[in-house]
Design a protein around this ligand. Structure first.
Ligand code: EPU
Length: 321
């Protein structure tokens, strides 16, 4: 079966949930990226399992899982294969009090981290304050172990419900999961369906204040005036990436309409109409300069996907495999 036939099979199986040639620029905070061959929005774990079951028979078709698009650069040529859109459906949010007085919160993967932070704050529950101001969804946040100095998903989770790429679904308890700084190691590729987090009762006014203070701090220290993708680089062991980039004199450096932010140098901002190529060239320039000046090899925290060449049009659009 050629790719087009597989995409047609997906369209039959998932109905209107599949869209060919969907522009990824609408799906990334950075506002860059060419079209996906097919963007599929499964909305339920069962639909997701059916989709993965079809794809499991066609290992030659690349699959990319899209969460909030907040930490993502999609190249200008777009994404070949199937993009699974996990931003719709998967919106459970349920609170249950435990006999020991703590609370368990079940949250769907498509909920934003801010939905969960706010829902906990409204109920006077403490444990999610670290997430204040973190963009993106719970599913993406768990995959990338999103967090701040004050906490992260690894420290808050009780369990995670996942579907694997072979279509099987499994509930993992926290101690079965190997989290590290901004990541989660799994033997098999996975998609988060939902998760359970533990909170404890706290002082509602203190929780509110901590959240508001953190958001105010972010507005002071991080750029919000233009699209970005949060921190571009992971912090190396011995010094924060932002300090290294700043000391290398790169603040305000521009390629096309992408610029090293003059508010926080570990952010790149899209001044309007930047291409993914501009952003990637700027990432490479920053890496080269920091290596030259500090002898440190920066590693990207943002995820880069897709094809460089904007002239490669998705084969599926022409009905080819
Ligand atoms: N710094 C500079 N120049 C700059 C920016 C920062 O010298 O232009 C220095 C600061 O003075 C500070 C140090 O670098 O001494 C660290 O900066 P900051 O306190 O802003 O924190 P960060 O390490 O850059 C991390 C996370 C952020 C998170 C903040 C707050 C990483 C890679 N980044 O930033 O996460 O919001 O802490 O908790 O871990 C993200 O992951 O997308 C993100 C924004």
């Amino acid at each position: 079966m050629n790719r087009d036939a597989v995409y047609s099979a997906i369209e039959r199986e998932l109905g209107g949930a599949a869209r060919r040639g969907a522009p990824m620029s609408e799906r990334t905070n950075f506002r860059v990226g060419g079209p996906a061959d097919v963007l599929v929005t499964p909305r339920t774990p069962e639909a997701l399992q059916r989709l993965l079951a079809i794809l499991a028979d066609h290992a030659e078709i690349p699959v990319f899982v899209l969460a909030g698009g907040t930490n993502l650069v999609v190249r200008d040529g777009g994404v070949r294969g199937v993009v699974i859109d996990m931003t719709a459906g998967f919106d459970a949010l349920a609170f249950t009090r435990q006999p020991d007085g703590t609370w368990l919160i079940e949250t769907g993967a498509a909920r934003t981290v801010q939905d969960v932070v706010e829902a906990c704050a409204e109920r006077g529950l403490s444990g999610m304050e670290w997430g204040a101001g973190i963009p993106g969804t719970v599913g993406g946040g768990i995959k990338g172990n999103a967090g701040t100095r004050d906490g992260d998903f690894a420290g808050t989770l009780v369990s995670v419900d996942m579907v694997h790429f072979d279509g099987t679904r499994r509930l993992y308890s926290r101690d079965e999961l190997r989290f590290h700084y901004r990541g989660l190691d799994m033997a098999q590729r996975f998609i988060v369906v939902s998760a359970v987090l533990r909170m404890r009762p706290g002082d509602p006014a203190a929780i509110r204040k901590q959240i508001d203070d953190m958001i105010a701090w972010r507005y002071q220290r991080q750029p919000y005036e233009a699209p970005s993708a949060g921190s571009i680089f992971k912090n190396p062991d011995h010094a924060p990436a932002g300090r290294l980039i700043d000391q290398a004199g790169l603040k305000g450096t521009r390629i096309g309409n992408a610029m090293v932010s003059d508010v926080h140098t570990n952010f790149i901002v899209n001044l309007g109409g930047a291409t993914a190529a501009d952003i990637i060239a700027l990432i490479d320039l920053v890496k080269a300069k920091v290596l030259e000046i500090h002898g440190v090899e920066l590693k990207t925290e943002v995820i880069l996907v897709g094809e460089d060449d904007p002239h490669i049009v998705a084969g599926a659009l022409h009905g080819k495999g």
